[in-house]
Write a protein that binds this ligand. Structure first.
Ligand code: UP5
Ligand code: MG
Length: 190
């Protein structure tokens, strides 16, 4: 029999562009499982795993954790969910991540949701967030922006060349952004 591959949507955008916020809305209406790789990394660090210190140091510097670590967390979470539809939030962040996912799972994302937002707006949001994230300080935020431009935008360019990027103006209020998000998911909804 033919094994069906899971449906995967990558949710990308700069730090503070609203990936997590919009994924919560999408889950409510469209039945996906939301996997934020940043959240998985923070949980792994808090669990006191042997990779914990490395994860904390790298995320504070806005650096991208090696894909052996993130792919292990991601594949475990996909399996545990029991679902076959995933919003993968904040991953792949660089070409190495992208290749590791492709080769490790054989899954081709159906499309990429890209939340496009100016840095000034993202900076303002992150400085207001106040949820105790160790990377929500101005020094870490600037490093995260730099890594996004240098390493993550090339991943978006790769998928854009394949016609797979759905770009959304994320500088608007949450509900307005979600209206645009819905128009993308509705035709793909099965
Ligand atoms: N907010 C949201 N939408 C708004 C709107 N439309 N108008 C006004 N305010 C809005 O939102 C951020 C804040 O803005 C919130 O307070 C929200 O209420 C408000 P959120 O939805 O949390 O934005 P998000 O894009 O999810 O921001 P986040 O900070 O999570 O993005 P990052 O990409 O920086 O963080 P992530 O958790 O994905 O990664 C953290 C670190 O982990 C990385 O820097 C990296 O070091 C590491 N990492 C890896 O190494 N590999 C990975 O694969 C993933 C992460
Ligand atoms: Mg997030």
């Amino acid at each position: 029999s033919v094994e069906e591959k899971p449906t995967v949507v990558f949710v990308l955008g700069g730090p503070g562009s609203g990936k997590g916020t919009q994924c919560t809305n999408i889950v409510r209406q469209f039945g996906y499982t939301h996997l934020s790789v940043g959240d998985l990394l923070r949980a792994e660090a808090e669990s006191g795993s042997e990779n914990g210190t490395m994860i904390e140091n790298m995320t504070k510097e806005g650096q991208i954790v090696p894909s052996e670590v993130t792919m292990t967390l991601l594949q475990r979470a996909m399996k545990q969910s029991g679902n076959d539809k995933f919003l993968i939030d904040g991953f792949p962040r660089n070409e190495e991540n992208r290749a590791a996912f492709e080769h490790g799972t054989g899954i081709e994302p159906v499309f990429i949701l890209f939340f496009d937002c100016p840095e000034e707006e993202m900076e303002k949001r992150l400085l207001c967030r106040n949820q105790g994230r160790k990377d929500d300080n101005i020094a870490s935020i600037r490093k995260r922006f730099k890594v996004f431009l240098e390493s993550s935008l090339p991943v978006l360019a790769y998928y854009d060349a394949k016609g797979k990027v759905c770009k959304i103006d994320a500088a608007r209020p949450v509900e307005e952004v979600f209206e645009s998000v819905k128009t993308i998911f509705e035709p793909n909804y099965v």
